[in-house]
Design a binder for this molecule. Sequence first.
Ligand SMILES: NC(=O)c1ccc[n+]([C@@H]2O[C@H](COP(=O)([O-])OP(=O)(O)OC[C@H]3O[C@@H](n4cnc5c(N)ncnc54)[C@H](OP(=O)(O)O)[C@@H]3O)[C@@H](O)[C@H]2O)c1
Length: 251
Amino acid sequence: MKDYLDFTGKRAIVTGGRRGLGRAMALALAERGCSVAVVSHSKDAPELLAELNSFGGKCFYFSADLGNREDRRGLVSKMAEALGGLDILINNAGMQFVESIETCTEEQWDTSRSLMLDAVYDLSHQAVPLLKASGGGKIINIASICAFREGGGNFSYGVMKTGVMGMTRCMANALAKDNINVNAIAPGIIRTDLTERCFEPQRYQALIGKYPARRLGEPDEIAKVALFLAGDMSSFVNGVTIPVDGGFTGN
Ligand SMILES: NC(=O)c1ccc[n+]([C@@H]2O[C@H](COP(=O)([O-])OP(=O)(O)OC[C@H]3O[C@@H](n4cnc5c(N)ncnc54)[C@H](OP(=O)(O)O)[C@@H]3O)[C@@H](O)[C@H]2O)c1
């Protein structure tokens, strides 16, 4: 029987893969034989790179400010050249301001848009010819449950993540004919640096009351869904955003 979780010979780019969800997804792929190139803001990531390379694939770390168009120029080709081609792109890098329509500044708006919308478009646009050259592939965008229900405190984030959900649908429509699947994951609150505050005991207790699972999530619970979307098990899944949130959105 075919091993659907064997990624030997596959080549993936994971943005924002130095920490958090990106790191968990990059390691999950590398552990299953995939060669992975991670790009994040920080200058280097020697420990992560050593861990990624310990599984036998050829892995790489690139540094770029993905919110900056100049930094993005030619980036996917450079990363794919190191990997020897491209099969999977995971658009994961993100950040969050605490603001509302009333308090969001132009600078916050621009920063949110350039990282969480422009970069997703730009890197996917750069990746398409390379995925086509590989005979097809997968694009996985990391949205958020804020795309379904913005809680009131992350205005620009909620807007951009809603845009990511729409972009996923539009890209999937255009690329299905090329054997490229485009899907998104909408995580609920998952334990990373981004959500550190949510795991403070008092806040945690208040938050889990909204989650049917009565707990918040762990990064490997996103990585498992990313493996599904990155491999052959999801061959007929296209254009959807999957909430991974212990039942929060479906409730
Ligand atoms: N955690 C959650 O509960 C949750 C829920 C819903 C959606 N999400 C989404 O999931 C994705 C990952 O979140 P996370 O929780 O893993 O966040 P995180 O722990 O804060 O990690 C974010 C990663 O993105 C990178 N990054 C941020 N800004 C960047 C920039 N301008 N250029 C290049 N890299 C940049 C960071 O690079 P450095 O390491 O170099 O700083 C880091 O590796 C984000 O899109 C987020 O919106 C997370």
